[in-house]
Design a protein. Sequence first.
Lengths: 114, 231
Amino acid sequence: MNLAQIIKELDLSVVTHPQDFASIEPSCGYASDLLSCVMSGAQHHGLWVTLQAHANIIAVAALLDLCGIIITEGAAPDAATIAKANEEGINLFTTPRSTFWVVGRLWELGLRDR
Amino acid sequence: MQPPLIVSTALDRGIQILSITDHNATGNIAAVQKAADGTGLTILPGMELQTAEEVHCLCIFDTLEQAHALQAIVDRLLPPLANRPDYFGDQLYVDENGDFLGREERLLLSSVRLSISEACHHVHRLGGLFIPAHVDRKAYGLLSHLGFVPADLPVDGLEVFRLSTPDQARVKYPQIASYPLLHNGDAHRLDQIQGTNQYYLEGPSVSEIRQAIFGRNNRFFSFFPFRESVL
């Protein structure tokens, strides 16, 4: 399961610079809105699902070398957050769907929590 | 908590400045100001604003007009949910004697659709202090929800929850050690009104308090331990 398939299947909007998404395979998935939990719980190269759109999510994703963040519930990162994500090479996706729906679809597509 | 009792309790404990910071609300400040009129106690208008990230932030002003200007923004950006008094309790407005004036029908417990950066910007634009509250608490605390203090967020200090002294918090959370740390004085009951932060000021104003928080112009503040246990 690569990011290109996930973007297509979940109809995600890509808000950072386009990449060769077909070549990026998340190792696993993780969902939480508490950044303190994410820092201690998410796995390297994982795909993170959250409704937090604050710029701190980029630093957390960079710290853990996550392959991308799916921002749910229509939350919109501001321009500075998107710029920082591009700078750090973090892929940001948005969707109006809920975290529950996104995680359910990712699980159906075969992504697991570790 | 009735305004005359808030005022008399604060005066009994030697408190000279008290801020009223209801959750996303400013409707009871005028009553406490009137109750304090002529007593020597200064009531600074404030609000405990809950940002989109679910982080509680203290916003403290000099005037009621400034607080009401923030309220106007909050009113536009608060989700239109009705309060359920059986779950969340009544949200009452009272006068300076504590007599019933009205009931807030909107649920004040929810998040305002403002990021913490936007909230900070508005509060500073209006001339207020912006202090993330109980940053070390799991519930609605900055460190839990945002992981760390955003480097570009121009806070006027951070408040640590009453279970730790500022010095203990510095050891436990080295990432906040370089910020001015205020002790949590958040009183939900009369016996929690303690006055644990002492400010050395020329007068009771936001500008003086900011100078004291940052230790400028011979103003400073210090932590003053509890006189009695309210934990």
